[in-house]
Design a protein around this ligand. Structure first.
Ligand code: PBG
Length: 324
């Protein structure tokens, strides 16, 4: 009979041994909760395709912010849903716009306990639903959009955003945001670059969450899911442009890109477990096809293991509580 001398199973024998040799641990601080705030509602609204996630009022946002601080989360990433939209996304740069008011509310409420983060993109604010402004032929105009992003960055920093999430995938967006922030005296505002952001089917439920007006797709600015090397190019470019943190998005289908970024980056690397990734787990669990808690834990641990220093996830609050 064969008698192995090397027995990896030794280290799997008991829960205590397994805990001792566990390579990947998630701390609540490494979790960021994406949050939706909607203008013109007086009670939170459920999002059907994201069970348990809601569009918040300013009041329910304040409560959620306190719960998140209590649970020890690293931060909250804010998304705004305005009542009115137009071609250039005016609401995004209105200091009284929903997102900017939400930033101030969270900063006031828990700004010392966690980081206040804001999504910087025009898609929630435009009536055509694209992430930028359009040219005469209806194409997303990169350089005209940069001017809007620069303005938006300053307004968000003024409102109290500590971390500004550049999610629009326009070329040069980190450079222009940094220059605009510095010129306005916001040298301390941190730029989180959604560097390798793919044109993904997994953003599906997000469209319901922000009541998206988009018809068509974002393939002329978000990346092709088949491209790995290009993901690293985007990451390195953003670091060169001055990104303080880089990100890969979505997470679970892009762990190779995430591992590449983690190997090469000299700044923190984050990953975004997006709405469709959340929805898949919830849907399968509702059918009794997978163990919900184990799937949540395994998915987040895997993203961390692949190289993410922190993870944006709709599970953040619930998951952080299980880690305590
Ligand atoms: C752009 C943005 C999107 C998401 C985050 N920021 C939508 C998109 O690019 O189409 C998607 C996040 C998710 O699906 O959870 N503002």
């Amino acid at each position: 009979m064969l008698e192995p001398t090397i027995r990896p199973r030794r280290l799997r024998a008991t829960p205590a041994i397994r805990r001792q040799v566990c390579e990947t641990r998630v701390h609540p601080n490494a979790l960021i909760l994406p949050v939706f705030v909607r203008e013109g509602i007086d009670a939170p609204v459920d999002i059907t395709s994201l069970p348990g996630v809601q569009q918040h009022t300013m009041d329910s946002l304040r409560k959620l912010a306190n719960d998140s601080a209590e649970a020890g989360l690293g931060g909250i990433m804010l998304f705004g849903i305005p009542a009115e939209r137009d071609a250039c996304g005016s609401g995004a740069t209105d200091p009284e716009g929903i997102l900017n008011r939400a930033i101030t509310a969270v900063a006031e409420e828990v700004g010392d306990a966690l980081t206040v983060q804001a999504d910087l993109c025009l898609d929630e604010f435009t009536d055509h639903g694209h992430c930028g402004v359009l040219d005469a032929d209806g194409r997303v105009d990169n350089d005209a959009t940069l001017a809007r992003y620069a303005e938006m960055a300053v307004v968000q920093a003024q409102a109290g955003a500590q971390i500004i999430g550049m999610s629009g995938m326009m070329d040069g967006q980190i450079t222009v945001a940094r220059e605009a922030l510095d010129a306005a005296g916001h040298q301390d505002a941190i730029l989180l670059a959604y560097s390798a952001k793919y044109a993904s089917a997994f953003y599906g439920p997000f469209r319901e969450a922000v009541d998206s007006q988009l018809s068509g797709d974002r393939r002329s600015y978000q990346m092709d899911p088949g491209n790995r090397r290009e993901g690293l190019h985007e990451v390195l470019l953003d670091i060169e442009e001055g990104a303080d943190i880089v990100m890969v998005k979505p997470a679970m289908s892009y762990l190779d890109v995430l591992a590449d970024a983690a190997a090469e980056s000299i700044v923190p690397v984050w990953a975004y477990q997006v709405s469709g990734e959340f929805a898949m787990i919830e849907a399968a669990a509702q059918n009794g096809w997978i163990d919900r808690e184990r799937a949540i834990d395994e998915s987040i641990v895997s993203i961390k293991r692949a190289g993410a220093d922190a993870v944006l996830t709709y599970f953040a609050l619930e998951y952080a509580r299980t880690l305590r």
